[in-house]
Design a protein around this ligand. Structure first.
Ligand code: UTP
Length: 310
């Protein structure tokens, strides 16, 4: 078993090279990570989350059709000078937000060969330090401090730490699932910490080791790169990060899970995306009041489920 790391994680890796097939046809031209959640791309919330957690160095693993992501995190001098001329300080600040929040770097994943393969592209950037992985379409509410909790657990125990969510046994076949050590669990700020004893990607419901699903936050040791290099394609012909983590467990590296109890949206899923937009807009000071009053009227007029709408 490796001893807890002396160095805390300082770098974040955000894989954004997936094909986004669940959101076609929009994702034919627009990366799903740039779809606006109210007025900011989902990805901006995620970069802000990394910076808030103390990880201001970010590497995005991009792919084909993702040039717009690089443009978004780059300066836009023409737009900036047009807004300056107009004296529109508020919009100018909004434009600067995306470039000021973190130091963003890019690397390409030539072919979308799976999440494990995407993470492997970060090895030169990461070096031999522990690092965080934040999936580019998995939005954690800014009021919940999942990543901070995970970083604290990793600093204490070393090894890998993964975010888990109880999705119910009936839904577990859409996720990576974990087996955990039974017994008393530690709790960090309301989130339970468990010791992971096995992982399997998208198991059939009847074979799943639990109803705890892996969601899009990881804090990983650099040793995962050597494991990923040797990990053969798994489910769906893709190199699975879940399989590499299963190997870490087999080798006796500590793998812990933080069971998330807060708000999370999979913005790569159409229904969850809509929920994220409505919820975050309804809670905002500017758009919230008129949206909430419209929503009340809208909901009151909705026909009962099963009734015809016309
Ligand atoms: P998903 O499975 O959610 O992404 O991968 P996807 O393949 O783009 O989505 P669908 O299912 O086709 O709609 C989780 C994360 O891993 C990245 C994705 O961009 C997403 O952020 N990913 C996935 C890569 O960077 N490379 C890959 O080869 C696969």
């Amino acid at each position: 078993m490796s001893s807890p790391t002396a160095r805390p994680a300082r770098k974040a890796v955000i894989p954004v090279a997936g094909m986004g097939t669940r959101f076609l046809p929009a994702t034919k031209a627009v990366p799903k990570e740039l779809l606006p959640v109210v007025d900011r791309p989902a990805l901006q919330y995620i970069v802000e989350e990394a910076a808030r957690a103390g990880l201001p160095e970010v590497l995005m693993v991009t792919g084909r059709n993702k040039a717009a992501i690089e443009d978004f995190f780059d300066r836009h001098p023409e737009l900036e000078s047009a807004l300056e001329k107009k004296g529109d300080a508020e919009r100018l600040a909004a434009v600067h937000e995306s470039t000021d929040v973190a130091q963003v770097h890019f690397v390409r994943q030539g072919e979308a060969r799976g999440l494990g393969h995407a993470v492997l592209q970060a090895s030169a950037f990461v070096g031999d330090e522990p690092f965080a992985v934040l999936l580019g379409d998995d939005l954690i509410d800014a009021r919940d401090h999942l990543l901070e909790h995970m970083l604290a657990v990793q600093a204490e125990h070393g090894g890998a730490v993964i975010a888990l969510l109880d999705v119910g046994r009936e839904n577990i076949d859409k996720y990576g699932a974990v087996a955990i050590e039974p017994g008393e669990q530690e709790v960090v700020d309301g989130d339970q910490v468990v010791r992971v004893t096995g992982l399997v990607e998208k198991p059939p419901v009847e074979e799943a080791p639990s109803s705890l699903a892996i969601i899009g936050r990881y804090v990983l040791p650099a040793s995962v790169f050597d494991v990923l290099r040797e990990t053969p394609p798994g489910r769906g012909g893709e190199i699975q990060l879940t399989d590499a983590l299963a190997t870490l467990v087999e080798r006796g590296e500590p793998v812990h899970g933080v069971v998330f109890s807060g708000r999370r949206y999979d913005t790569g899923d159409r229904l969850d995306y809509l929920k994220a937009v409505v919820r975050l807009a309804a809670e905002r000071d500017d758009l919230g009041p008129p949206l909430r009053s419209w929503l009340r009227e809208f909901v009151a007029d909705l026909p009962a489920e099963g009734a015809s709408s016309s």
